[in-house]
Design a protein around this ligand. Structure first.
Ligand code: NAD
Ligand code: DAU
Length: 365
């Protein structure tokens, strides 16, 4: 096992930094690392938006590049031009439901995209030796979904739990994780991986459970709960995830994976009921209150994973990380953010692609 004494976190390439977690991470890193320069490579798919990068702290330390992580010559050029010492790879197709309908794009972006970045990093850092090895890091953002699904009573996933992905999305993330692992083992590329549970918070695209429910409720639209609503997820406020990633990059061991989770596992039904109650408080004058009346059970997601739970012992004992936000606090802040960013929601909800997705996924469900 390799040890890493980082002496640089200076020129950072963030991929997918116009999406939900990536944009929150860019904001976080600019705040906690006063010297850092960030190059943000994002293809601006339906899930990414420059609006997520408005009002950044120290915007002069952030450079946005519109492009695809599968474009090798573009990535090669960015590594050289900006003398990149750290890559934080968020860019991905991320929605499980979309992966069931359109699996191919997940293979391209999540597997080929990660491979392309690994190859570019290997060339620049290991073959050309453009940076001291102890100063570089490739950090890959992954998911707990690679572990499959838990039965009631089974223990939470640790870093040694075998992979068992169940959806085209999680299969593509698992494949990308395996590529990262192989580049450490075969070439000695200094990589690390975080496998995180369900995030929520500001700027999450409103087709994922929490922002979909909030934005539908604000418009008096039905709140579609898949199956019996008894599925369990391990929810983490996005800022806590950003803090974990930063710690792993700065202090985590090379070649290691770290599980990151919120330690709180409500059913989907409980989450939606909580959101409805929070909305009743924040917008009591709404004609749609009580919002609970909008809840509607719909046909289940094919292959729907029943339960997720993450064991954070390793990152807690090695790096001292634990979530700072309770679920109650985090959901309150999230509801408040969406209620005060209705222009942001409407810009997305009026897009033809978004309407097409709602039609495809929910009509006749
Ligand atoms: P998101 O869908 O909100 O954003 C993805 C971003 O990647 C978008 O800005 C999009 O434009 C960009 N992108 C997509 N394809 C690209 C390409 N080919 N080249 C460059 N950019 C591209 O995703 P998110 O929820 O912020 O997730 C970010 C990462 O975190 C993903 O790798 C995801 O697997 C992982 N993750 C997400 C969660 C979660 O709950 N959201 C939990 C654990 C891990
Ligand atoms: O676990 C981490 C993963 O969490 C990330 O890797 C993914 O990128 C992220 O999208 C998320 O995947 P999920 O499938 O768990 O998230 P989603 O918000 O789509 O759904 C959460 C739960 O809510 C899930 O059990 C399905 C259910 N659901 C979702 C939607 C969109 C509903 O009941 N109704 C809905 O309309």
């Amino acid at each position: 096992m390799m040890h890493n004494e980082r002496c640089a976190l200076t020129n950072v390439l963030v991929t997918g930094g116009a999406g939900f977690i990536g944009s929150n991470f860019v904001r976080y890193l600019l705040q906690v690392e006063p010297q850092v320069q960030i190059v943000n490579l994002d293809a601006l798919t339906y899930a990414g938006s420059p609006a997520n990068l408005k009002d950044l702290p120290s915007p002069e330390r952030h450079t946005f590049v519109h492009g695809d992580v599968c474009d090798r010559s573009l990535v090669d050029g960015l590594l050289r031009q900006h003398q990149i010492d750290t890559i934080v790879h968020f860019a991905a197709e991320t929605h499980v439901d979309r992966s069931i309908v359109y699996p191919e794009q997940f293979l391209k972006t999540n597997v080929v995209g990660t491979f392309t970045l690994l190859e570019a990093a290997r060339q620049y850092w290991l073959v050309e030796k453009q940076k001291p090895l102890e100063a570089v890091r490739f950090h890959h953002i992954s998911t707990d979904e690679v572990f499959g699904a838990l039965h009631p009573g089974e223990p939470a996933w640790t870093e040694t739990t075998p992979y068992a992905p169940n959806s085209p999305y999680s299969a593509s993330k698992a494949a990308s994780d395996h590529y990262v692992r192989s580049y450490v083992h075969t070439y000695g590329l200094p990589c690390s991986i975080t496998n995180c549970s369900n995030n929520y918070g500001p700027a999450q695209f409103p087709e994922k459970l929490i922002p979909l429910m909030i934005s539908n409720a604000l418009e008096g639209k039905p709140l579609p709960i898949y199956g019996d609503g008894q599925q369990i997820r391990d929810w983490l406020y996005v800022e806590d995830h950003c803090a974990a990633i930063h710690l792993v990059i700065a202090k985590g061991r090379v070649g290691e994976t770290y599980n990151v989770g919120g330690g709180v596992q409500p059913t989907n039904l409980e989450v939606v009921e909580h959101l409805c109650a929070a909305l009743d408080e924040v917008v009591p004058e709404s004609p749609h209150a009580p919002h609970k009346q909008l809840m509607k059970f719909v046909a289940d997601r094919p292959g729907h994973d029943r339960r997720y739970a993450i064991d954070i012992t390793k990152i807690n004992t090695e790096l001292g990380w634990r979530p700072r936000h309770s679920l109650g606090q985090g959901l309150q802040q999230t509801v408040a953010w969406y209620v005060s960013h209705q222009d942001w929601i409407q810009t997305i909800r009026q897009q033809p692609d978004y309407q097409k997705w709602l039609q495809r996924n929910y009509t006749k469900r």
